[in-house]
Design a protein. Structure first.
Length: 100
């Protein structure tokens, strides 16, 4: 049977690291069937993904809070700047028309 390089590397990974990240030692995994080792490996990967997902969710919430604050500040700043611009335009118009 002929395998692609990726499939061979993947199979080699399962054979070399029977339960990476799950706390099962290679010696303890030696008595387990290959399917059990793969299941344990996938369970370990699922736990890692869950942990990383929670960390990423926390970072996202922090970013949303920061972005909301910044957007609010910038909106207020832009409104104040626009009001000042309108005020100065009116002042210039009054100067040009000789009202002041």
């Amino acid at each position: 049977m002929k395998f692609s390089r990726a499939a061979t590397a993947c199979l080699g990974l399962f054979a070399v690291a029977p339960a990476a990240g799950t706390g099962v030692s290679a010696r303890a995994g030696a008595g387990l069937s290959p399917i059990t080792r793969v299941v344990e490996l996938l369970n370990g990967i699922a736990a890692d993904v869950e942990k990383e997902s929670k960390a990423e969710e926390k970072l996202y919430d922090t970013f949303v809070c920061w972005a909301t604050t910044i957007i609010s500040q910038k909106t207020q700043s832009n409104a104040a700047g626009q009001a000042r611009s309108d005020e100065l335009s009116t002042y210039i118009s009054d100067l040009d028309n000789g009202r002041i």
